[in-house]
Design a protein around this ligand. Sequence first.
Ligand code: GDP
Length: 469
Amino acid sequence: MTRTDTIVAAATPPGRGGIGIVRLSGPKVPEIAAVMLSELPRPRQVTFARFLDASREPIDAGLALFFPAPASYTGEHVLELHGHGGPLVIEALVTRVLELGARRAQAGEFTQRAFLNDKLDLAQAEAIADLIDAGSREAVRAAMRSLQGEFSAMVRGLTEAVIDLRTYVEAAIDFPEEEIDFLADRELLERFQAVREHLKGVLESARQGRLLHDGMTVVIAGRPNAGKSSLLNRLAGYDAAIVTPIPGTTRDVVRERIAIDGMPLHVLDTAGLRHAGDPVEEEGMRRARAEIERADRVLFVIDAAEDPSAAAWREERARLPADVPVTLVLNKCDIAGSLEKSPAAIFQTVASLPGAKGAALAPCAEPPRLHVSALTGAGIEVLRGHLKGCMGFQTVEGGAISARLRHLESLARARGHVEEAERQLTERRAGELVAEELRAAQTALNEITGEFTSDDLLGRIFAGFCIGK
Ligand code: GDP
């Protein structure tokens, strides 16, 4: 695969449609256009043309658009043929272009060329795929923000702060007689703190963005018979888990992927968290705890008829990981009568939820409480709204950006290096090591926008695109 090849693919999805578009990119475009269309269309002007086969018979007639390099999507010569959207027409056009010396494009290859020709950075290229795959209006908006470079600008700002810090430390190393003073400087510690805060802010935005992209993993946990399976079924809108009045029915983890207004939500119904002698049930509990460790939020379900003071939660909270946010769901309000407090009480609780930026992941001392009935459906809409709020729907200041797990991992690595740099500074005053850690943090950040990226990673990223993009 070389960038000097000319590539071709249908840019519109397979199937029948009013219009079907074939797109070409590469050095041979002018030559191919001259043969297929009799002449090269004028740059950036819509030209009506007949698209000819080898015997100069028209395969189709339609609009041709020529974008000479470098002012095109890929940065190369690009030609678009807008013909009729029949699969055979499109395939005949592609075949003719192949005869004239192009080859079929691989998934994402147009965008990969745009990236390699500096038309966009890697985070923006990924945002294009996210935009195409977006499952909700919010995900569309977030992908657009990333595509327009908002996320890249955040990461670049952060990278510059790290570079500044590194320059400061390296200057100290260059004047060894003053190094100790330099490194003991209060200003340096303040700068470290500023970088840490900055990193935290970008990480929070990226976490929210990842939730919009990948969905949120919600674990439904609680005592046996609290109504966890019933709640899952309510949220899913169909019977996903087995519901019985016998405690301990759910022995393994049930996984469901449901959508709330297009927002993906992974729900795990876990084995009841209780002390049981049965080895199968013990294994179920072990798995439940492992799932909770990885969750974006825990819905801790309480049987409000049996346990109106939520004693189960107080007993269990110490065993739950501290950094996974929890919502208490007081279930069976149909028999516990707690809906008398609603709807005002419920809305008040929801309004006071930590809804702002990063809220979905911020640990919270006293978790928000919602009253529902999985049986009658009361309060379920409020719960859905709450989950949407936790994912950054309408709550992220200035709007969410779209981000991926890859970005989060790079940010987390950068944070690790910055923390280590600070430790080297405060504990050992080791200037060289501080600078080295900061360099590593910078490299981790650069991976997000693609300044330093292995071919292997690029291959994996673009393989996730559709053909023709
Ligand atoms: P799990 O063990 O926590 O998964 O609980 P289940 O979902 O299996 O429910 C246990 C029992 O409580 C079943 O008999 C359900 O029908 C009942 N139940 C669940 N939710 C409600 C509710 O909101 N109101 C009432 N009255 N009963 C419920």
